[in-house]
Design a protein around this ligand. Structure first.
Ligand code: AP5
Length: 172
């Protein structure tokens, strides 16, 4: 039984690691960005709003993401690995999932930028990447500090396998 949170800048490797952890521990993975990318494909007011925010690299409003994550966490049971939430202090205030272990994937901004340019996802334009760094860094120190008692910082410039091994060693 383990509830794990993966934190890090855009391009730090959160999605890459969460998939490996989920497969290895056989626990559900919850990826806020992936959930929102699906919603962005839907027609209607919510889909339109989410599509616009994501294309510009801005955060979707706190209430919407808190409502989504509450449903996801409740239906995932006793164990999960999550990334992309919380991203603001307000999200913590609105709904805070339980976490036993929290990891921060540490990487210089330039290295993360290089990885995203190479990956070439739809929202990996120069402007959207810059905006994502700005908005996601805003509350990052607050969030890291909030989870200080169960936080492990991992050097995410290392290989995918090395980062994964370090995470596994430190899961509580
Ligand atoms: P989201 O999808 O969460 O994007 P992000 O945080 O910007 O993170 P990325 O997916 O870009 O990077 P990653 O850390 O997962 O890295 P990856 O593993 O892909 O969010 C997108 C948008 O959704 C936001 O902009 C916002 O609009 C909205 N949103 C999401 N959550 C929200 C919230 N809570 N509130 C409001 N809005 C929200 O790796 C990157 C690349 O590097 C890959 O190509 C990978 O193969 C490669 N790589 C990974 N690890 C390594 C390694 N160790 N060595 C070499 N290459 C590596």
């Amino acid at each position: 039984m383990s509830k794990i949170l993966i934190l890090g800048l855009p391009g730090s490797g959160k999605s890459t690691q969460i998939e490996k952890i989920s497969e290895h521990l056989k626990i559900p993975s919850i990826q806020m960005g992936a959930i929102l990318r699906k919603i962005a494909q839907e027609e209607g007011e919510l889909g339109d709003k989410v599509r616009l925010m994501m294309a510009e690299g801005k955060l979707v409003d706190d209430e919407t993401v808190a409502d989504i994550i509450k449903i996801e966490c409740t239906s995932s049971g006793d164990s999960y690995v999550l990334e992309g939430y919380p991203r603001t202090k307000k999200q913590i205030d609105l709904f805070e999932p339980d976490f036993d272990s929290v990891f921060y994937l540490d990487i210089p901004m330039e290295k993360a930028r290089e990885r995203m340019v190479e990956r070439g996802r739809k929202d990996d334009t120069e402007e959207a990447i810059q905006k994502r760094f700005e908005v996601q860094m805003k509350d990052m120190d607050y969030i890291k500090n909030h989870y200080q008692d169960r936080l492990t910082v991992i050097d995410s410039t290392k290989s995918i396998a090395e980062v994964f091994a370090r995470i596994l060693e430190n899961i509580k």
